[in-house]
Design a protein around this ligand. Sequence first.
Ligand SMILES: *Cc1c(COP(=O)(O)O)cnc(C)c1O
Length: 217
Amino acid sequence: MEIVQALEGIRKELDLVNKETEIIAATKTRTLDEIRVCMGTGLCLGAGENKVQELTEKYVPEFRWDFIGRLQTNKVKYLVGKVDLIHSVDRMELVREIDKQAQKHKLVQNILVEINGGNEENKGGIPLEEVDAFLDEIAKADGVCVQGLMSVAPLDASESRLKEIFSSVYEKFARYRSDTFRYLSMGMSNDYLIAAACGANIVRVGRAIFGERNYSV
Ligand SMILES: *Cc1c(COP(=O)(O)O)cnc(C)c1O
């Protein structure tokens, strides 16, 4: 099956660059059958969805699901208890709601702090300069565990600009790195090898696994 071959190819390429890098399959618009094929290879850490409704419709507990998209506060309640890691946390209002829902379920929700590494307007994520203060604030939320950083690079950036952005996020990550603060989620189909070379240990890959298909991000 094509999905299997594609994944094996990606794994081989990643191994040449960074053996530690794990793959989250970005599964938006893909069917549960396609996702099962993907997870069945054992080559993916989990499935990553970017819309809450799509995730809850496809959700089965047999493998790991992460949430990778922009998250509205009022939808947090549908995710807590289902997703292992929320990659896209970029404001305190969201942290407080995740904390509240996690405590309600008597669990701790793992999250990543999203960085707007390219300082793009109209994009999720906080500027790198604000990370220290944001992490200090989050530390007060007992129901939330920050496991690292995430970033989505600009679509139109050159390779050298991508390296610059990924490396600057890596530097911040390296300063906090610990047994708990252990994930750096950056890189998609277009740039996962660059991201992995810059220290990403999670890449979120969709089209390179499943083939091209039109969708809105
Ligand atoms: C869709 C998506 C990806 C994967 O994008 P591809 O270009 O299909 O690899 C990664 N991260 C996020 C947040 C996404 O929404």
